[in-house]
Design a binder for this molecule. Structure first.
Ligand code: SF4
Length: 337
């Protein structure tokens, strides 16, 4: 039985007045027809037919893309009414949405409460004012603190989305953003590496030599540190890296920035590698690494990267990666022989 599943509804933000340098929403929106009520219902029904068969414990409708609370109120109500109807019928259990930190106020939050929204994710991106300005976000870090506080006061669960590698960003600034996120103490967080997408201001900056994307190793290292800060503070990191959607992917709209479809796995495998290596002693001939079935592929690593790492670094030793079902999620046991 699957514990939790999202039904993602992508809402391109028609007429977003902002112009964040990395965003290609305007291009996507110009190309796609606005999503209709019927399309939303069709998406929900399609997901539900599988999720209900699998007895999924909690099903959440998640409105992503653009800034939900920035779209006209009537449109918001249309979408929320559909979701609430499914919730009232007991077919879904929660509603989540994402928005900008400066599109939150008391009226907006009261409105979302009335429709039973449970989680609000804020696209904070960074807590550094220079980075926010350089990315043309149109708000400063103060507003992220204020909105986060209000969201929690109203009893919503809070999610914070962060990006690494924005203009003016550094390893230290990204780590500080993770620390500040941990201080705010949201329920969940997402971390995305910055991609240079076709048609964006960031592409023009890149072509003029004003912006240099991070290489994949720096992106993994930075994200790993952020992930560790958030995890150890009890924040649930629910997503690392972009999904391979129609709009993002090799040969599609990524002009620069090393897109990797398994970026999240690369980061998590690095973390696990450190945990495992930290448990090795000087004298052993064979090391057996155990985890539950769910974590096995991350423990072995993308394209067996962790297996290869240990075998190369310790050429005279034997390494085995095994499943021990009774182990809890993200618990790794090392047996040395
Ligand atoms: S990231 Fe969000 S707020 Fe910024 S331009 Fe894109 S849709 Fe608008």
């Amino acid at each position: 039985m699957k514990k939790h599943a999202n039904i993602p509804i992508f809402l391109p933000h028609n007429g977003c007045p902002n112009d964040c340098v990395f965003c290609n929403q305007k291009i996507i929106t110009a190309r796609l027809n606005p999503i209709s009520k019927e399309e939303i219902i069709h998406t929900i029904e399609t997901y539900l037919s599988t999720l209900l068969m699998r007895n999924t414990e909690t099903i959440e409708i998640a409105f992503f893309g653009g800034s939900f609370t920035g779209i006209p109120l009537k449109e918001q109500e249309t979408y929320l009414r559909i979701a609430k109807d499914y919730m009232d019928r007991g077919l879904i259990h929660k509603i989540r949405l994402s928005t900008r930190p400066d599109y939150i106020d008391h009226n907006i939050l009261k409105h979302l409460k009335d429709f039973g929204v449970s989680t609000i994710e804020l696209g904070a991106q960074s807590f550094d004012d220079v980075v926010l300005k350089g990315s043309n976000r149109g708000h400063n870090s103060q507003i992220i603190y204020e909105s986060s506080e209000m969201i929690k006061e109203y009893g919503f669960k809070l999610g914070i989305q962060l990006m690494v590698g924005l203009p003016g960003d550094t390893f230290e600034k990204s780590v500080e953003s993770a620390q500040k996120t941990a201080e705010i103490n949201p329920t969940d967080a997402r971390i995305y590496p910055t991609m240079v997408l076709s048609g964006t201001e960031l592409e023009r900056m890149y072509k003029r030599g004003q912006y240099k994307p991070m290489d994949i190793h720096a992106a993994i290292e930075t994200t790993k540190q952020m992930y560790l800060i958030l995890k150890t503070s009890g924040v649930n990191v629910i997503r690392i890296g972009l999904k391979s959607t129609d709009h993002i992917g090799p040969g599609k709209e990524v002009v620069a920035g090393e897109y990797h479809p398994a970026f999240g796995q690369l980061v998590e495998s690095e973390v696990i590698k450190e945990i495992l290596e930290g448990q090795l002693s000087e004298n052993f001939e064979k090391a057996v690494f155990y985890c539950n079935n769910r974590n096995l592929s991350n423990m072995i690593g993308n394209r067996k990267s962790n297996k290869t790492y240990f075998e190369k670094k310790y050429p005279n030793k034997v390494f085995e990666f095994k499943v021990e079902e009774k182990l809890e999620d993200e618990v790794y046991r090392v047996e040395l022989k």
